[in-house]
Design a binder for this molecule. Structure first.
Ligand code: ADP
Length: 257
């Protein structure tokens, strides 16, 4: 991670980047049908913060998240996860880095249906050939209220429980960044609020860094910082947001979410 080298937690907090992009562009297709999904985005994602990415449909939110997470390559520009530059890494190097440094939470949970909750949670460790840190695993399983669900398969769990298993799976490797793509999109508002509370807790109590794409101003209001995208460009940011400020900013973009 980029830091000033000081040991003061406050200074490190202010200066450490978990991920960053410099003049990032991404073009899909070529010729007349080419779509410029990202158009010169430079941004730093601060460590130990909860950052939400918002913007109208098609503004480049998912593309930015995929590039920051090393799931897809840029057309031009540079991407860093911590101090590691992703641009130019081979697919194999990217896979190894992702397994170590990144956790994912998806709208559709993406749990493996034949595995129990416990096996789903340990999957990233198994894939990476890493040993489980039993104390850490117990902390997240208890903290997410999953202790009595570990033997259940996803089909035997509610949507909220499945998303909590997915969050435990994202947390189990203690990644540098958790990327969440519309994590409450498939949940009712009460269950969604519960999951958002757990993401918040992952940041506040467990020292994680969360980046979340959402179109829901109430969900984004849980974040420390909201990045606004429009037409593939950074269109603003809101610090310590509330839902009203987010709605007003989105209205200023002049487009519906
Ligand atoms: P958002 O997440 O804000 O809805 P996306 O990042 O998904 O926006 O998309 C940004 C733009 O890039 C859109 O115009 C979309 O149609 C286009 N796009 C995204 N992925 C692809 C792809 N794989 N092939 C072609 N165009 C794409």
């Amino acid at each position: 991670m980029t830091s000033t080298g000081t040991t003061s937690p406050d200074v490190r907090r202010a200066t450490t980047l978990a991920a960053s992009a410099i003049d990032l562009t991404k073009t899909y297709g070529s010729g007349e049908t080419a779509v410029r999904a990202l158009d010169g985005v430079s941004v730093g994602i601060e460590a130990w913060q909860f950052t939400a990415i918002m913007g109208p449909s098609g503004s480049g939110k998912s593309t930015l998240m995929h590039l920051l997470a090393g799931l897809d390559g840029a057309t031009s520009g540079r991407v860093f996860l911590g101090d590691t530059e992703l641009t130019g890494l081979s697919d194999k190097q990217l896979t190894t880095l992702r397994r170590r440094a990144v956790g994912f939470v998806f709208q559709a949970f993406n749990l493996l249906p034949t595995l129990t909750a416990s096996q789903n949670i340990r999957l990233p460790l198994d894939l990476a050939g890493q040993k489980v840190d039993a104390d850490w695993e117990r902390t997240i399983i208890d903290g997410l209220g999953l202790s009595d669900r570990l033997g259940h398969r996803p089909g035997e769990l509610s949507g909220g429980q499945q998303q909590r298993v997915a969050l435990a799976r994202a947390l189990v490797t203690r990644p540098d960044v958790i990327f969440a793509d519309e994590p409450t999109g498939a949940l009712d508002s009460t269950t969604g609020a519960e999951v958002l509370g757990m993401l918040r807790r992952a940041v506040d109590e467990w020292g994680q860094t969360v980046v979340m794409v959402t179109h829901d101003p109430n969900a984004a209001a849980v974040a420390d910082r909201v990045l606004l995208l429009a037409d593939g460009q950074l269109a603003g940011e809101i610090l310590d947001p509330d839902a009203d400020a987010i709605l007003a900013a989105v209205r200023d973009l002049g487009k519906a979410l």
